[in-house]
Write a protein that binds this ligand. Structure first.
Ligand code: B1M
Length: 213
């Protein structure tokens, strides 16, 4: 197998044996983020496909998630950091009913490496917890993540509750179940402030930078 294939296969197989030395080798050729967005995400997409076809069970997908998390933790030290200034404060949450957090945590790493202070509320976060955190922290942006189809609906509910709470700070949404169109036509109409869709963590950083400009 090539290095790229081996990296994808650690994620698919859910095994860490040899992972770190291959990641180290990968860093000679790619940046940390390229390794995540390239071979590791290719592995995750394959896990999603196999899971969808009932060829993997949840316990196996969890092991794949562990490999992804371990890789991101290792690679985090090799990512570019801009410690020049504090650009803003961002609340991050995976919405109520959803446990997927690898993407959200990647957004946290990228934003915090680039001058943002992050309040990460974790997974399955109901709207009232987000409202409470906003009131305590006075964040500049609220970031919502969700991967399940029902999470897209939950984002609508969350936007409605934030509006009722009189909050109109920009909301940034991301995750596999969402699209730009859904964000514009279904979430935005329920909210007074801006609602922007980020396709990945780097896009999230670009958007945050534009919002803070
Ligand atoms: Co789940 N799962 N899962 N799962 N899981 C999916 C999402 C699924 C598509 C798999 C499939 O069937 N093909 C499917 C959803 C179907 C649907 O609703 N459309 C699914 C399902 C069904 C489920 C369960 C219901 C399974 C079950 O129990 N029967 C269950 C749900 C439990 C719940 O949430 N209540 C479940 C559980 C799990 C595990 C716990 C086993 C594990 C998660 C572990 C964890 O996160 N700690 C897991 C995993 C790993 C996946 C897949 C395979 C991979 C997700 C992932 O981590 N990707 C996933 C299939 C897939 O996506 N290929 C799947 C890597 C990650 C870096 O990407 O999170 O997309 P992602 O983040 C991206 C962008 O989306 C974006 O940036 C990141 C890249 O830079 N982004 C943001 C994300 N959030 C953002 C926020 C932003 C900006 C950008 O701003 C705020």
């Amino acid at each position: 197998l090539t290095l790229e294939e081996r990296l994808a296969s650690y994620v698919v197989e859910g095994t860490k044996e040899g992972l770190l030395s291959d990641l180290e080798e990968g860093l000679n050729k790619y940046s940390a983020l390229e390794l995540i967005n390239g071979p590791l995400m290719t592995g995750m997409a394959e896990v999603g496909r196999l899971f969808n076809n009932n060829e993997l069970i949840v316990a196996e997908v969890l092991q794949s998630a562990e490999v992804m998390k371990a890789s991101v933790t290792y690679l985090e030290d090799f990512m570019e950091k801009d410690e020049s200034s504090v650009k803003g404060k961002v609340i991050l949450a995976t919405v109520k009913g959803d446990v997927h957090d690898i993407g959200k945590n990647l957004v946290e790493i990228i934003l915090s490496n680039n001058g943002y202070q992050i309040i990460n509320l974790g997974i399955k976060v109901p709207p009232d917890k987000i409202i409470e955190a906003y009131r305590n922290e006075k964040a500049d942006i609220i970031g919502l993540s969700g991967l399940l189809v029902k999470s897209a609906q939950q984002m609508i509910v969350t936007a409605q509750d934030l509006k009722i709470a009189d909050i109109d700070v920009p909301i940034m949404v991301g995750g596999a179940a969402l699209t730009r169109k859904f964000t514009k036509t279904r979430i935005k109409p329920e909210y007074d402030g801006m609602v922007v869709y980020a396709k990945d963590a780097m896009d999230g950083l670009d958007i945050a930078n534009k919002l803070m400009d």
